[in-house]
Ligand binder design. Structure first.
Ligand code: G
Ligand code: G
Ligand code: MN
Ligand code: NA
Length: 250
């Protein structure tokens, strides 16, 4: 069918859902929470979020799609403990919109007995934020309501450490390109070391992403990373991932 028709059908009938990938504490193996990753209908042009979100942005309906994605992420999430967190990706473009995250997010949370503190909004640093002042104001506004903020894909994009510090996030997620074979590349090790020092001074929690090998996990554990995420620990899934306790005893 025509892409436009397919896309409109998805939007109108809310034909998206999230899969959830665990984020694990290296201190005790507990699950900090899950990252929600949006999926469109299976076998459609828009199954991948990399098709879905850019199409919405071009069509001028990113805000509507983001709103539905948040709704479906919250409705579909499994919470076994009240202190677990749900990490939700948001497009950088949304930060230029002062009406982002309207009251319905709060209603959805309350329906499930959850609070803004259970939600972490992930903002990628891959696309540069055009109007930094507005973005910072929007983020400060959400933090004041109790939501938490993570800078996603750190080390891969355009943000300086100064810009990251200014946004004052609760979490920094180190991009998987830095994690990939970190045990074999001294340069990657030095960059991650810098993040460890920086995060420690500013009291920010560090999450390393994209861990696939036990050598990577060993290295990151030695370096003092707080939390880890990746295929080795758990795949994005509709079901709650079981964490293998061996990984935190390395
Ligand atoms: O698992 P994966 O192929 O889902 O994700 C591909 C990309 O799509 C990642 O960069 C991820 O951050 C992004 N993404 C996944 N879900 C969402 C979402 O709900 N909103 C936005 N803005 N991006 C998402
Ligand atoms: O941009 P962001 O970090 O939100 O994107 C997350 C993306 O990374 C999703 O597409 C998710 O499916 C993918 N992902 C999660 N864990 C791993 C991993 O261990 N290896 C790789 N290659 N991708 C991963
Ligand atoms: Mn992410
Ligand atoms: Na990321």
């Amino acid at each position: 069918a025509d892409p436009k028709e397919q896309f409109l059908d998805i939007l109108q009938r809310k034909l998206i859902h999230s899969v959830y990938q665990p984020i694990v504490s290296l201190k005790d193996g507990s699950v900090l929470g899950y990252e929600a990753l949006t999926r469109g209908p299976e076998n459609s042009l828009f199954q991948s979020p990399m098709k879905l979100f850019p199409y919405a942005e071009k069509a001028g309906v990113l805000y509507s799609l983001e709103k539905i994605a948040r709704e479906m992420a919250i409705k579909g999430a499994f919470f076994t403990q009240t202190n677990e967190m749900l990490f939700i990706n948001i497009s950088a473009a949304i930060l230029q919109d002062p009406y982002f995250a309207p009251g319905n997010t709060l209603d959805l949370l309350q329906e499930r007995g959850l609070q803004p503190g259970n939600i972490v909004f992930e903002i990628t640093e891959r696309s540069s934020i055009e109007d930094f002042t507005t973005a910072k104001r929007v983020l400060d506004h959400y933090r004041a309501q109790g939501y938490r903020i993570a800078i996603d894909d750190a080390g891969a994009g355009y943000s300086s450490l100064q810009a990251i510090a200014e946004l004052n996030p609760d979490f920094i997620k180190i991009d998987r390109s830095l994690v990939n074979n970190i045990h074999l590349h001294k340069n990657k090790e030095y960059i991650v070391e810098t993040f460890v020092t920086f995060a420690d001074k500013l009291n920010i929690s560090l999450i390393a992403e994209g861990i696939e090998l036990k050598e990577e996990l060993q290295q990151l554990t030695r370096m003092g990373i707080h939390y880890v995420q990746g295929y080795l620990l758990g795949m994005p899934s509709l079901e709650k991932a079981e964490i293998d306790p061996q990984w935190v005893e390395l």
